[in-house]
Ligand binder design. Sequence first.
Ligand code: G6P
Length: 609
Amino acid sequence: MCGIVGYVGRETAAPILLEGLRRLEYRGYDSAGVAVYNDGGIQVVKTKGRIQALAQQVEERGGLAGTIGLGHTRWATHGAPSDVNSHPHVSANGRIAVVHNGIIENYAEIREFLQSTGVRFASETDTEVVAQLLEYYYRGNLLDAVTKVLHRIQGAYALGILCADCPDRLIAARKDSPLILGFGDGFHVLASDVTAVIEHTREVCYLDDGEIAELTADHCWVYDAYLRPVEKERRHVDWEISAAEKGGYEHFMLKEIMEQPKAVHDTITPRIRDGAVVLDELEFSTSYLKSLEKIYIIACGSSYHVGMAAKYVLEALLRKPVEVALASEFRYCNPIVSERTLALVISQSGETIDTLAALREAKRLGARVLSIVNVVGSTIARESDGVLYTWAGPEIAVATTKAYSTQLAVVDLIGLAFAKTMGTLGDEEYKALLEALERLPQQLEEILTHREQIQYLASIYFNHPSVFFIGRNLDYAVGLEGSLKLKEISYLHSEAYAAGELKHGTISLIEPGTLVVALAGCRPVFEKTMSNVVEVKSRGADVLGLTIAPLESAVGKVVDYTLTVPETHPLLLPSLEVVPMQLFAYYVALMHGCDIDKPRNLAKSVTVE
Ligand code: G6P
């Protein structure tokens, strides 16, 4: 979703801003722009389309001189993607430029008010009201005008502000949309995520809701909403810049798929000591865990699919009811939550607005919150009672792969650790599951070495216009993710169904030539799943089977092609089965020539409701 980058220092700002915007491209956007102060005024270049087009326009103007500026990638909400709706937006007198992530909910009322005073708007965006309102309130004291504006606007925002009257400083402000400050020698940067700044500095701090920052080349001040100074803790980011580069792969998605053995290894290994899972990060007492009435898993997108798998895993291991909720639904369903509810919040970015809002609602209702997050220091991580990080490193492709896999691994660690504390798992079972978990990285390597087979199958099936994924139990959970992967990057229609549910309606869509991906690796329901596979096969479907190696011949008798993964503990099946599904989606999208890392209309980090 929208990205912000800002720079104030001694170097020419424009190239730094453009490079920062390139690093934010992965978040998803449809237009981009920069504003730079130079020679008494603010120069703005903005355009619909890619950063490359923006860079070209900057070049055509002979580059932009100036050592302070703001950049933005926009993912349209209010107003179509167009040159004029792109950010930065400037006030009518051209003296104040603003970039914004989020949504100003009361923009219509403010716009009407400003129009009644004679202000003429250039764009259809909600953001422009911020620039115009700043001009309206500005009487020579920029911070004073900013606080007045912030008290007047409602909604979510991360804001970057540049004023030609104070050309040595940037102003930043946040509410519900992430914004970080980066500290360098003789410069400061601001950005919506760390990937935009790690090239320049590893020392950052995260603005909290209601805070305002004032940045010059040599100083940084942070204030609360009433301009009282706030002391901020600095954090060191240890992500490698190379992790955010393609390293020889055609796409980030393939690179990240290939990184999964290491990511899973890095996530589990530090937490396994002397034959036991040790979650030092958590402080949940035995009595608290035993007193739990329910676990409420809250997430969006693929993280929600991890939640769907986690329900089977945690209910099996902990014998406690687990409910899985889409974050966007949780807030508005009057959820039944008490002090004896543990909210397990799953989020790669740690910034998804619906997930964050649901976390706050769960806390308000009395739950304690444990989160599984990839981005260190993100808002969800900071607002949780306990956080377990996935050590996947930066994930750039919009469609998640390695974050999904590491989230699953953390769920397994939680299941093991809590089961031990709660006394719900026998020693032998505990040992068997732990050993299977430790074998995963090597088994993932093995699956990845056979990726040409999946590429071949993708070349056979890529032209099917509609695909159904069926499976039961954990196979069903993986089917949900396989289907999402395929549709989000290849734009093919696909649906996932619990195999037993198919005959309650959807089977009417199965006709000769329909592609069905049958996930049949789950031993306890294997026969039942295979009956459903026979049902679609006898209606003429082309069936691609996915199962574990020992069941290959049984599946092969019914389906057209069979993919296998090595056998593992039944509860860990999703960790292996998901990889062929990711690769299948990837190769199908490749055959279609899709923009795999940046699929249309999608954003990596969804920071608007
Ligand atoms: C977006 C991404 C998905 C992700 C979802 C939830 O839709 O494209 O890959 O699963 O957001 O994001 P989160 O960062 O909360 O896991």
